[in-house]
Design a protein around this ligand. Structure first.
Ligand code: NDP
Ligand code: 2IT
Length: 448
């Protein structure tokens, strides 16, 4: 698996200790496979046990959240915050509310976030938090009560220079608003400890669009560098129609591409006329799921209940933007068979290791999430700057900065790929190495 016996040893220990954490082990395995090319070049990595340290979170806070539902019944959820690494800045990363949330998923996300935040070149360490609370189908009041009770415990562990949470799957501006409101009441100061806040509450213009738009800016760089091409006329499929997927779709269309399929948990819509993104956004305002309703507005579109069917739609570019491990080997084979030649991850780790390898072996250009979806956290970093300096930047200003950051991330991945593999387009290796280098050098500077 790894050439380095040092890495083999560290990973073997990790698999023994965390055999019940498959997502975390998957994320670590992928990163260590890239670091393999680096450990021999800098003996300090082994001497100072950098890898042993970087794969262990600095701290995990686990807590219970009790709250009262609309019928007066007391409900109990489990919650945690994984503060993974603070070598290059305050802990930073989203909060996820989803029934699947567990320690493995929180740790993989926080580990990825550490390297992703490093790639942005902004001073942010890595963290992730969440709860197995499922906001779907809950009333606004129930969500507010849950968020308030969540913060009644979490508040003591976060702060503008300590740990700055944001949104993620199941957590948007509404949930952040309730959490920030409670936090502010307890702390009695307007310190911007959360990002992805509503604009009126100190949020940044452009944050809602940032992950999806940033993903497209990254793909634009790939198209330019590797194909001397752009989005015009490209057939694009996007899984997930949430915060990331819907904004990616909007930008693809603005850049001249054609989005022909999208999905949510109700299924997949394939519309050869081009997905009606305004309809999807409108339906999302009042419905929990929308794909099962699309066909009644566009009868020529094809609907499938099976979310995996999206990967069967012939396309040029696939953007998985829903959740982890959406694309297994069978879906990768299907995509390649049907002509897909570029895959860009909007979600965190949506592609399994086997599927990623299959894409690389079949000359599919591949953008790893920790680079291509870093636009969201990058604009969170810009929101922190605006809050700290009491400024409000215009949408255009933020979007321009985002664009520059995504170009810089691409350049760093591209250069590291060339330097360590001799190939320009191994962006998985490039992203892992470029992200790792800044973090481990800071760790060395700061001593054991
Ligand atoms: P949202 O909750 O806003 O949206 C998630 C979307 O994915 C929804 O449309 C949801 O459908 C759909 N979905 C979830 N599971 C599946 C599935 N198994 N098959 C098909 N569709 C599914 O989350 P975000 O858009 O914020 O996050 C999406 C991904 O992007 C996550 O991996 C997140 O970690 C990552 N990410 C998010 C960032 C952000 O700033 N928000 C930044 C970087 C990465 P439904 O609504 O029907 O449940
Ligand atoms: O996965 C991610 O990068 C996010 N959910 C955004 C994190 C953030 O702090 O903006």
């Amino acid at each position: 698996m790894f050439k380095s016996t040092y890495l083999m040893g560290v990973y073997a220990d990790l698999t023994k200790r965390y055999q019940d954490q498959p997502e975390f082990l998957q994320a670590v395995e992928e990163v260590l496979s890239s670091i393999d090319l680096l450990v021999d070049k800098d003996p300090r990595i082994q001497q100072q046990a950098i890898v042993e340290r970087i794969v262990e979170p600095e701290r995990i806070i686990k807590f219970r959240v009790s709250w009262v539902d609309d019928s007066g019944k007391v409900q109990v959820n489990r919650a945690m915050r994984v503060q993974f690494n603070s070598a290059i800045g305050p802990y930073k990363g989203g909060i996820r509310f989803h029934s699947s949330v567990n320690e493995s998923i929180m740790k993989f996300l926080a580990f990825e976030q550490t390297l992703k935040n490093s790639l942005t070149c902004l001073p942010m360490g890595g963290a992730k938090g969440g709860s197995d609370f499922d906001p779907r189908g809950k009333s606004d009041n129930e969500i507010m009560r849950f968020c308030q009770n969540y913060i009644l415990e979490l508040y003591r562990h976060i702060g503008p220079r300590m740990d700055v949470p944001a949104g993620d799957l199941g957590v948007g501006a509404r949930e952040i608003g309730y959490m920030y409101g409670m936090y502010k009441r307890i702390e009695n100061e307007f310190s911007g400890t959360f990002t992805s806040k509503g604009i009126e509450s100190g949020g940044s213009l452009g944050r809602a669009e940032a992950t999806g738009y940033g993903l497209c800016y990254f793909v634009e760089e790939m198209l330019k560098a590797f194909k001397n091409d752009d989005f015009k006329g490209k057939r694009v499929i996007i899984s997930g129609a949430g915060k990331v997927g819907s904004m990616a779709a909007e930008k693809v269309i603005q850049l001249g591409g054609k989005v022909i399929a999208m999905s949510d948990i109700s299924g997949v819509i394939h519309d050869e006329n081009g997905i009606d993104i305004d309809l999807i956004k409108n339906l999302s305002k009042t419905n929990l799921v929308v794909m099962d309703k699309y066909q009644s507005y566009h009868p020529n579109a094809i609907y499938s209940k099976n979310t995996k069917d999206i990967w069967k739609v012939p396309c040029d570019i696939a953007m998985p933007c829903a959740t982890q491990n959406e694309i297994y080997l069978d879906s990768a084979e299907e995509l390649v068979k049907n002509g897909c030649w570029l895959v860009a991850e909007g979600a965190n780790m949506p592609t399994t290791i086997e599927a990623t390898k299959y894409f690389r072996d079949h000359n599919v250009l591949f953008a790893p999430g920790k680079a291509s979806n870093a636009g969201g956290v990058a604009v969170s970093g810009l929101e922190m700057t605006q809050n700290a300096t009491f400024q409000n930047w215009s949408f255009e200003e933020v979007d321009e900065k985002l664009h520059l950051i995504m170009k810089r991330i691409f350049r760093r991945c591209h250069e590291a790929s060339l330097e360590y593999t001799g190939k320009p387009d191994d962006l998985v290796t490039g992203a892992n190495i470029a992200g790792f280098v800044k973090v481990y050098q800071a760790m060395i500077q700061q001593g054991v």
